[in-house]
Design a protein around this ligand. Structure first.
Ligand SMILES: Nc1ncnc2c1ncn2[C@@H]1O[C@H](COP(=O)(O)OP(=O)(O)OP(=O)(O)O)[C@@H](O)[C@H]1O
Ligand SMILES: [Mg+2]
Length: 276
């Protein structure tokens, strides 16, 4: 088994005294692409902000690549873990696309690397999200979907091992969502650990091996996506919807939980044989 790159031990977190929005979370993450799902207010964003070191645990510990987040700085952690915020305007503040992306690399490597290196890394990151022909534009002249990709590029440019995306599919059309799925696949191939918070259960089924369900500040279920989505009771408790393919398979009384069209076709052929 691959060692856990993220370890969370007895984590509690409260914004206001004694109002815990994360309660006794024990979880580990290795390099499996993982989706984090749960209804509004379940604590997903708070959880990933704690992982990123932006919020410190009220109780318990978080280790990122062996380092306790209490014993390091957000700047140090940025070299290992990047978080793409749900709302691009929380992350963007420069007036040119290229400056926006170079900001992170210039800051985290200011002691060792030169400007050329930061530029090269930024161009590489912009190529991945296909914005490398927009360098001089103002970020606010990009569409919302492009701004979300720009924020992702700003994180990729710092080359962290772990990349967390908070609701990347919101405000994306089908085409952009597919493009995002392709980018995520590339990043995984490149050795990145990807955690994604999303409400889009079809996106979960198609792209993530592991799914964690948050419910009222706790982990309600966690495991291979197929297994987690087979347990409808938990999905209903967490106020989530099953992916469309899974709904269809259930309506047809499949014995399997198909996550992709290929799974569905395979399930359908065994189902037809059983019928016939
Ligand atoms: N800065 C804050 N100060 C006080 N309470 C907060 C703050 N941010 C979030 N909360 C509260 O913490 C709880 C968890 O919120 P969080 O944003 O982590 O949930 P979420 O699962 O990301 O929800 P969503 O799906 O709506 O993004 C909610 O009750 C929320 O109101
Ligand atoms: Mg959130």
């Amino acid at each position: 088994m691959v060692d856990a790159i993220i370890k969370v031990d007895g984590l509690w977190f409260a914004y206001k005294e004694d109002e815990y929005v994360l309660q006794n979370i024990d979880i580990q993450f290795d390099d499996k692409p993982t989706a984090i799902v749960g209804q509004n207010g379940a604590g997903k964003t708070t959880f990933v902000k704690v992982l990123k070191g932006l919020l410190k645990p009220s109780k318990g510990d978080v280790w990122i690549a062996g380092t306790n987040t209490k014993e390091t700085t957000v700047a140090q952690l940025s070299k290992i873990i990047g978080l793409v915020f749900q709302n691009p305007s929380d992350q963007m503040f420069k007036s040119k696309v290229i400056d926006e992306v170079m900001f992170g690399p210039l800051n985290i490597w200011k002691d060792k690397k030169d400007k050329n290196f930061a530029y090269e890394q930024s161009i590489k990151a912009l190529k991945i999200v296909e914005l490398d022909n927009r360098l001089e534009e103002h970020p606010y002249d990009l569409t919302l979907s492009e701004r979300k990709l720009l924020c992702l590029a700003s994180i990729i440019a710092m080359d962290p091992k772990i990349i967390i995306l908070d609701e990347p599919t919101i405000a994306q059309d089908r085409f952009s969502t597919r493009k995002l799925a392709e980018i995520i696949k590339e990043l995984i191939k490149d050795g990145k650990v990807i955690l994604t918070i999303t409400h889009d259960m079809d996106f979960v089924a198609e792209n993530f091996e592991r799914t964690v369900i948050f419910y009222q500040g706790r982990v309600l279920d966690d495991g291979p996506t197929e297994k987690v989505l087979s347990n409808e009771e938990n999905v209903v408790t967490a106020h989530l919807e099953l992916p469309n393919l899974v709904k269809l398979a259930k309506a047809l009384d499949f014995k399997t939980t198909p996550l992709t069209i290929d799974d569905f076709v395979e399930g359908f052929s065994t189902y037809k044989k059983a019928e016939g």
